[in-house]
Design a protein around this ligand. Sequence first.
Ligand SMILES: Nc1ncnc2c1ncn2[C@@H]1O[C@H](COP(=O)(O)OP(=O)(O)OP(=O)(O)O)[C@@H](O)[C@H]1O
Ligand SMILES: [Mg+2]
Length: 386
Amino acid sequence: MNDLELNGITKRYGDTTVLADINLTAKDKEFIVVVGPSGCGKSTLLKSIAGLESIDSGQILIGGRDVTREEPGDRDIAMVFQSYALYPHMTVAENMGFGLRMAGRPKAEIQKAVKRAAEILQINDYLAMRPRQLSGGQRQRVAIGRAITRSPSVFLFDEPLSNLDAALRTQMRVEIGLLYRRLEATMVYVTHDQVEAMTMATRIVLMNHGVVEQIGTPVELYTNPRNRFVAGFLGSPRMNFISTRAVEVADGSAVVDSEGLARIRLDIHNEARVAVGDEVVIGLRPESIRLDGQGDHQLSARIGLIEQLGREAIAYLDAAPVRAIESENGLGHLTAQTDGRITLRRDDAVSIGFDAADVYLFDAEGKTLTSARTADIRSEPEMVDA
Ligand SMILES: Nc1ncnc2c1ncn2[C@@H]1O[C@H](COP(=O)(O)OP(=O)(O)OP(=O)(O)O)[C@@H](O)[C@H]1O
Ligand SMILES: [Mg+2]
């Protein structure tokens, strides 16, 4: 079993705590994606697992074995870096066999492992070339190949695709997904790209300022974000947030009301702490706002801008006096995601609609108040059985 267990990992640089009590168990053959904004501690966490950074407290177990004090080379881990980190003077084959050569493995075994990795990654034709003769995508494949040849218990990836152009990134994302199914290894993959997180992970670890905000399947995090940070981080375009006030609180429900917005009754969960008069924040995903005025609640709005993407269109709506806070455009526009066959244009007046069941509610600290909802979509890849 190649479980990876992190118990209470804490890491400080001087007075700054960059990892604060990180707890995580990646089950054997899981694909964990660690995602979060720049500087939140993702690379530091990965380097700590690899043994390239020391930790101040906590424990790292691989397959039940405590490796906290072990050298990187003894941890049975392979790491793929954003920068590829290939040796320029070595051929592709030599780069890929490097780890095994350092470990003193026999030549025949190294050749076999390199051949297998090259076949999996379809880089057989480049084996005699040097890294500088390869494109970015090919180099990245070599870097992944170097990790594969070592057949480690755990693969660590640190933003391996961020230097590639959009088309190649999509292609490599699919390739890594297929590779994962083929290798059946435990993987921890760091990215700041939420699309990679949503599409590749069996479970997402969403980090912010050195702490874990939430761990769960992509669909769990998307459907039931624990707080406003998680809700805002996953989903593009991001969730609309609107300040409002609780005007009625009863067992299991709350009514919110603010200027321009109808009174909305929302189901809240048992532990939710909210009182009449509290400032709260409504969250509404762009796909929950309808431009045909259908839904439990209606609002008048004016189209500020339409972004046509072909299959879909993004509409930025001026719904004053209702204003979105932390809006991507900074104008307070509400963002709606709609079918590409839209006939509306800039400055058109529309009646927009939404259902109360699609509304999230957060308290002043950002904690989710609305009760959990069931997802009508499912995660891919699915969680492996432990
Ligand atoms: N060697 C170091 N000395 C001091 N501070 C550091 C050091 N390395 C990282 N940090 C700080 O630790 C924090 C976490 O850095 P880290 O590189 O882990 O972030 P990250 O999530 O990987 O960000 P990015 O998405 O930009 O790669 C940052 O605030 C960074 O400034
Ligand atoms: Mg990083």
